[in-house]
Design a protein around this ligand. Structure first.
Ligand code: AMP
Ligand code: MG
Length: 534
């Protein structure tokens, strides 16, 4: 840890979003329509007794911030109780399509951005408190977040970053000492739960929905101002904004979004609520709510109970939904890019980038790197069927395959027992069973194909271990960490935070955190199913 780090309350914030874009100073936090602005300046509402629960050492060090004691001015600032002079807190105004329907004005209903910090490498990072109290965009809700959802956002943001997935980050998790009432199962049984606030961090939290709302409301000068702000600060390589630059910018958003979704598919992440207000203009994973990780491989799986009837945001739908969302963003940008052909080319770039990136990632996961053969396309396609019918745990399957691949490549052991062992270790359907025939047939083809690789078995193993994480934030582990934190035990939360920072390392002392999901967690709420109510 650097000696020069400063306490959070002693940092100098800058405020480019507020200084460069049109907004208002909110007279109060009464919910309302706020036409004509990009944001409302609004202060966080103080909480009863803020206390630091968790801290991201790596991110803090990068930003030059020292770990605060459990209570005190730094934690007060991370809870919104103390607003430092250089901060100009604001809630952004945006809209969005929710589950395919245009929802009009949404906006930051419980997130308040404090300002921006300059990191060690001179990059700029916006600090946003989620759960900081009501804003003009809170609609009928309270502006707060519960500990349950805050633990999930905090852990997953940092775990995704460590996996190499483009994502917003999380600096701190602070308990508020207040209770927040939530109807977790939407069954008319609201319960008080402990409240919390996550300080999340990204270059900007601008979403597709910011642009959509401006175009829908015919606020074209704000549309242009926001586009120019985003391009000049976050896409400076594109040059001075012009019609051609707006077009190239949209193409770059399409490219980045494709790369992000390919990452999700590669690690088995299901976002759960890919509404256009939850799509970052920087191609970052944003708004961790009812997300989940594939355990038994199932393309139709979604963790979000709100989506159980339609499965709109199920695992295998994500590439298609991201494209649909990009089409909505493209529509919103037509006042800036009247030439629709350019927008269509960008959407095509999304498709080609996604396909190429996903294939590339799957090749690395399978250790097929040194040659490309005509039969590879079918081999890569067919794996999904075997994994599905055999109910393979996605993370365990690929990790264990990494260890088995050298023996298959070098024919040092008989194959069939290796396959059977792999299935026994990673499947949720017991061996022997005829359901495994599809996967066994695929494994035999894969073993054949490995023979053509020119790399050594050891090189294949090392490459695969770097592409197939051992540790992901399994849904039931997050839930266990939450239940412990709710009764004051932060040990599992902090242990997960440590282990998930190095997800590709063996860390044998933490083996049980890489285990198959236990049977009791199969249907347990919070582990298998999540609602948007957080
Ligand atoms: P989400 O589904 O979390 O992306 O939220 C959709 C919209 O609802 C956003 O405008 C949020 O700011 C708002 N929202 C969600 N929860 C709350 C809450 N507890 N209080 C105020 N606004 C909320
Ligand atoms: Mg959201």
């Amino acid at each position: 840890m650097s000696q020069n780090n400063l306490s959070f309350d002693q940092l100098l914030f800058h405020n480019s979003f507020v200084d460069e874009l049109p907004g208002e100073v909110a007279p109060d936090t009464k919910p309302r329509q706020v036409p004509g602005v990009c944001y409302s300046q609004v202060k966080p509402t103080p909480v009863r007794e803020p206390r630091l629960f968790a801290w991201s050492e790596e991110l803090a060090d990068f930003l030059g911030i020292s770990r605060p004691p459990e209570q005190g001015p730094a934690v007060d600032a991370l809870a919104g109780n103390l607003v430092v002079d250089s901060m100009k807190p604001f809630a952004a105004r945006y809209g969005g399509h929710q589950f395919g329907n245009w929802a009009g004005q949404l906006g930051d209903g419980r997130a308040i951005s404090l300002g921006e910090l300059t990191a060690r490498d001179s990059s700029s990072w916006e600090i946003q408190l989620k759960g900081a109290g009501p804003t003009p965009y809170s609609r009928r809700a309270d502006g707060r977040a519960v500990l349950r959802s805050s633990v999930r956002e905090f852990l997953c943001s940092e775990a995704m970053h460590a996996l190499g997935v483009p994502t917003t980050r999380a600096l701190s998790l602070v308990g508020t000492g207040d209770l927040v009432v939530r109807d977790m199962f939407y069954n008319g049984n609201p319960q008080p739960e402990p409240g919390a606030i996550v300080a999340r961090v990204a270059p900007t939290f601008v979403r597709f929905g910011n642009f959509q709302l401006m175009t829908a409301a015919k606020e074209l000068s704000n549309l242009r101002a926001l586009a120019n702000y985003v391009i000049s600060r976050f896409y400076p390589e594109l040059g001075e904004p012009s019609e051609a630059v707006y077009q190239r910018w949209f193409a770059e958003i399409c490219r980045r979004t494709a790369v992000m979704v390919a990452h999700w598919m590669s690690v088995g992440f299901v976002h759960g609520v890919m509404n256009t207000d939850n799509m970052s203009i920087l191609g970052l994973t944003i708004d961790y709510g009812p997300y989940g990780w594939l355990e038994p491989y199932d393309p139709t799986w979604t963790p979000n109970t709100t989506d159980f009837s339609h499965h709109r945001y199920a695992f295998a739908q994500q590439p298609q939904v991201a494209l649909w969302n990009l089409v909505q963003l493209g529509r919103a940008l037509t006042p800036l890019v009247p030439e629709v052909e350019g927008l269509n080319e960008a959407l095509e770039l999304y498709r080609t980038t996604f396909t190429a990136t996903q294939q590339d990632m799957m090749r690395r996961k399978l250790g097929l790197l040194t040659v490309t053969l005509p039969e590879d396309t079918a081999l890569l396609e067919d794996i999904h069927q075997g994994l599905t019918t055999s109910e393979m745990d996605m993370t365990l399957f690929f990790r264990q395959l990494s260890h088995v691949a050298p023996a298959l490549r070098d024919s040092t052991q008989e194959e069939e027992p290796l396959f059977r062992q792999l299935i026994e270790n990673a499947s949720y359907t017991p061996e022997p069973s005829a359901v495994h025939d599809t996967l066994l047939a695929w494994l035999r083809r894969y073993a054949q194909r490995l023979q053509h690789e020119t790399a050594t078995g050891e090189a294949i193993r090392v490459g695969m271990l770097a592409a197939n994480p051992k540790y992901v934030l399994r849904n039931y582990l997050a839930q266990q960490a939450i239940e412990a934190a709710e009764v004051g035990d932060l040990s599992l939360l902090n242990r997960l935070m440590q282990v998930l920072t190095n997800p590709y390392d063996e860390q044998p002392e933490h083996n049980e955190l890489a285990d198959k999901r236990p049977e009791w967690a199969r249907f347990k709420p919070g582990s298998a199913t999540l609602s948007c109510s957080s």
